[in-house]
Design a protein around this ligand. Sequence first.
Ligand SMILES: Cc1cc2nc3c(=O)[nH]c(=O)nc-3n(C[C@H](O)[C@H](O)[C@H](O)COP(=O)(O)OP(=O)(O)OC[C@H]3O[C@@H](n4cnc5c(N)ncnc54)[C@H](O)[C@@H]3O)c2cc1C
Length: 421
Amino acid sequence: MKRCDVLVVGGGPSGSVAAALLAREGLTVLLVERDPYPRFHVGESLLPANLLLMDRLGVHDAVRKMGPLVKYGATFYDQESDHEQTFYFVKRPSLPNYGYEVKRAEFDAVLLEHARAAGAEVLQPATAEPPQFDQDGVTVTLTGGAGRLPVRARFLVDASGRDGLIASSIGRRARVPNLGKIALFAHHQGAARAPGIDEGNIRIYVFPDGWCWWIPFAGDVTSVGCVLHAKTVRGREGAPEALYDEILAGVPRVADGLRSATRITPVHRAANFAYTNSPITGDRFVCVGDAVAFLDPIFSAGVYIAMQSAELAAPAIARAIRTNRFDARQFREYERRLRYGLRPFFRFIERYYEPAFLEIFLRPRAFLGMLDAVTGVLAGAAFHRMSPRMRFSLTVFFAIARFNYWVRRFRGRPVQSRLEW
Ligand SMILES: Cc1cc2nc3c(=O)[nH]c(=O)nc-3n(C[C@H](O)[C@H](O)[C@H](O)COP(=O)(O)OP(=O)(O)OC[C@H]3O[C@@H](n4cnc5c(N)ncnc54)[C@H](O)[C@@H]3O)c2cc1C
């Protein structure tokens, strides 16, 4: 039986950050990751708030050495209205004016190496079976690699991403039915590049059946994915390649950009990725990252939230080990702060599929600080504490979007949310 203070299940961004911070506290940390690295993973566009977090973790230099492409903004284009809007990140006292585009195979390997260097032991490939909790700790059997290995830990961090180890074993997963989207994505070599500082922008192309992302990396590889409404894909569950090609062909700006490009990976598929899990804290465990919840990738916040949740959870876990108090109450503050941080993203995602909201979102006014507030949310600035000014500006912004709903209705224009599709 292998013994440790903390067992971290999952070596994605949330698991690696949790493991590094807990190892630095002098705890014995074992991180187990099912897949051998490097491995392909979705989630390649990082927010400015992520960079600050990397500074705090001391991993930013290692990430810079990977040579990520700098992203100064996010460009949204609505095919129906032919309207385009680029939100350039603004330098703020607490945030840089850029984020990064990264290949996750490289980025996740750097974070995992950082956790190892901080003192965490890493077992890979190793899959954690459902945990057995008792009064004194938790027992987990690992499989894969060198066979079956029982592990006894005082505490468990569920960083297993969308697999949700706790939710699927002792908890629950509530699907968010209206966000039951399906994503198809791949990497392409030789795709078109935007000039100047716009090269690194994430581009989002909205069309009636869903939306596409365009994420360029340093060099000449570009990630292109589409997120489709369930209604669009119903009855078309064949080879993903054919559907992917067909959808991209229907988005002229994407099709044009890919004209001289070659697809260099298989087409990957992710489905049913909108859910909230519960419980996310309990006696002797916390969940971090996607093991907590995931709604929709439209604002590229997943990796930031994953790393941020681990940073928020680590001090509470270290305190629990020091004081030998492991009941769920010890982790309530973590849960409260995490939910506070998630709210602005979730609110934007839920409204994004309403034509009335999208119309206002794509034409934001600098009036009453609204443009600044929207750009702030997109950069991750609203996670910790929103200034009263930012809160006010967002309230005005949402009120105007609501007003636009009634204006559109009055004029007989479509108002139905595409969430329902
Ligand atoms: C279509 C789509 C597009 C996205 N685009 C973006 C984007 O542009 N920007 C962004 O920031 N985010 C994006 N995201 C979200 C992002 O992918 C996730 O939020 C992020 O990867 C979460 O990190 P994590 O560490 O919680 O989980 P993961 O990165 O998923 O890591 C979990 C790890 O746990 C391992 N694991 C699972 N179960 C076990 C087990 N039982 N034992 C051992 N190991 C296990 C897995 O192998 C995996 O490596 C996107 C998501 C989707 C679905």
